[in-house]
Design a protein around this ligand. Structure first.
Ligand code: PLP
Length: 539
């Protein structure tokens, strides 16, 4: 008999491949890599998610501004296996039916996707847009994921030892586990206590607004109480019902996604009673997905071989950029990559803030920058950031490029074939920042604020560069901008143009120091030992 714990992994989004646009960003990519690592290790883990018929926004640029499009992704059905199983969840007093499809095409542990797009449903659009709607629809989606997900496990006959909620969207699965036990005769307190022994929880964002909460009245109206009373729901998630608070109070063990993020999260949620200690399990990336194979052999070859391998990846990336934008960048000039969600704390356009400093470098092309990133469809601030990046690309058409519709294909191209990966969030708001790991493993050197994973990896001047000194005080923009220019213009640019041997040495060290330490396989071992193991947790 397999003694390893059987795990049911719940997540709102999964990034397995660009042809399956079931993800928005880092959370989904992490979940996809988690399933691939579980598949590689042969772990008894299954994923549960939703089959987003429209996915996340396909964001194009029109008139200098981002415009959202939601094409139907019905091509996905051809690659999915019909399990023949359906579950129902009562939502707004109507029985909503969801069909379960199996996706296992990418070497991943089995992923079961619930789909409400059935002719008999009035509510067939619940699994339409990922993060496209507020409040009511979001809760309906979370009811399908959480309550429907548990019901699917029962229909499949899969008996998990551990339920892993990857972010708060899945916490209604905990309410369903409590309901089951109460129906079998337990009191609420007994049921909650027993359920807590089964759940582990991962929190992902130190940005307040990223932690969803809903009015109890809304949850009640939709049917999300699921047989529990208002008082019982409030005991678990508070009022308004905070999904992260609920996740913590439902779990026996919890983690943040880097060591720094865990510290920040412990501070942030210190007032939540009855919660386990938040430990740190640093994210990793699925190496075969994100590291180019040619880099693996080149990293152990001569300097010349490593540089040639890098230059051929760079040539491919420049061709990719040309194909997507019509812009041809130079192969012999420094190319900075910056691909991130357009959220204010990430400060995508920080580098442009002092034109008299940076513009001479952009004008003569010593510095080239390629940007990518979507603004959230309902966030005007994010869209404004994208518009500013597009504007910069128009002012410096030979050295600044914006690649629209950031997805896994864009991410792969940019984290392989740029020279330098820039990351300048306001510390400590970047929980991890896995794109930097992808870059590092491909010999693309990181220049980053000491946030997320980077304090764990950075040895300044040896495998990349730190920007600033871990500053968390007032006016971080002025402080970090100063540091950015100082390191970029006095260390990075001179090394690139005048000390190529040192640059290559740093590339080699970047690959060596990250490829095992920040792989999804390493991360998975930490989850197995420190979260999934029955003795893990402090409740
Ligand atoms: C890796 C990746 C992310 C997450 O990277 P961050 O560093 O957290 O921004 C997001 N989107 C895509 C498409 C990715 O490939």
């Amino acid at each position: 008999m397999d003694a390893r714990p059987k795990v049911a992994y719940f997540c709102m989004e999964y990034g397995l491949h660009e042809d399956f646009p079931l993800y928005a960003g880092g959370l989904g990519i992490l979940a996809g890599d988690h399933l691939k690592a579980a598949g590689d290790a042969g772990l008894p883990l299954v994923g549960l998610g939703l089959l987003w018929r429209q996915g996340y926004t396909r964001q194009i640029i029109e008139g200098g501004r981002p415009v959202d499009a939601y094409p139907l992704n019905d091509h996905m059905y051809r690659r999915l296996q019909d399990t023949g199983l359906t579950v129902t969840v009562p939502i707004r007093r109507r029985e909503v039916k969801a069909r379960a499809w199996l996706l296992d095409a990418f070497g991943n542990a089995p992923l079961y996707l619930l789909d409400t797009n059935l002719p008999e449903n009035e509510d067939r659009w619940i699994t339409g847009q990922l993060y496209g709607w507020f409040g009511e629809e979001r809760v309906a989606q979370e009811m399908i994921l959480g309550i429907g997900g548990v019901r699917l496990l029962r229909a499949m006959g899969f008996e998990p030892d551990v339920y892993h909620f990857n972010e708060g969207h899945a916490v209604l699965a905990g309410i369903e586990l409590i309901r089951e036990k109460m129906e079998a005769g337990s009191t609420f307190d007994e049921a909650w206590q027993a359920t807590r022994g089964q759940i582990v929880f991962t929190t992902h964002t130190p940005v307040e607004a990223g932690n969803e909460s809903h009015r109890l009245e809304l949850l009640e109206y939709l049917g999300a109480f699921n047989g529990l009373s208002r008082e019982q729901m409030e005991q678990i998630g508070g009022n308004p019902f905070n999904m992260t608070v609920a996740g913590l109070r439902l779990a026996r063990a919890a983690n943040g996604v880097s060591q720094l993020h865990a510290r920040t999260a412990r501070r942030m949620w210190a007032q939540v009673t009855d919660a386990p200690e938040i430990t740190g399990i640093t994210n990793g990336v699925h190496v075969p997905t994100w590291q180019d194979r040619r880099m693996v052999s080149a990293a152990s070859g001569s300097d010349e071989a490593l540089w040639q391998a890098h230059q051929s990846l760079k040539a491919e990336t420049l061709a990719f950029i040309h194909e997507r934008t019509g812009i041809r960048l130079a192969a012999d000039k420094l190319l900075i990559g910056f691909a991130r969600r357009a959220a204010p704390y990430k400060r995508s356009d920080l580098i442009f803030r002092r034109p008299q400093v940076i513009e001479p470098y952009l004008r003569d092309g010593r510095i080239q920058i390629v940007f990518a990133g979507k603004g959230h469809p309902l966030d005007d601030t994010g869209k404004e950031i994208v518009a500013r990046l597009v504007d910069a690309s128009r002012r410096f058409p030979e050295s600044v490029v914006f690649v629209p519709d950031y997805d896994m294909a864009v991410g792969r191209a940019l984290t392989r074939g740029t020279d330098l990966w820039l990351n300048n969030p306001i510390r400590p708001l970047e929980a991890c920042g896995t794109s930097g790991m992808k870059a590092a493993m491909n010999g693309v050197l990181n220049l980053s604020v000491l946030d997320g994973w980077w304090p764990e990896a950075c040895r300044h001047g040896e495998n990349g560069w730190q920007l600033g000194d871990g500053y968390e005080g007032p006016d971080p923009d002025a402080h970090d901008l100063e540091a950015l220019y100082r390191v970029l213009l006095r260390e990075v640019v001179p090394t690139y143009y005048q000390d190529r041997p040192r640059w290559i040495r740093m590339m080699r060290e970047s690959i060596r120091s990250t490829v095992d330490a920040f792989s999804a396989a390493t991360m998975m071992r930490a989850y197995v030992d420190r979260l999934y193991a029955p003795e893990a947790g402090s409740v």
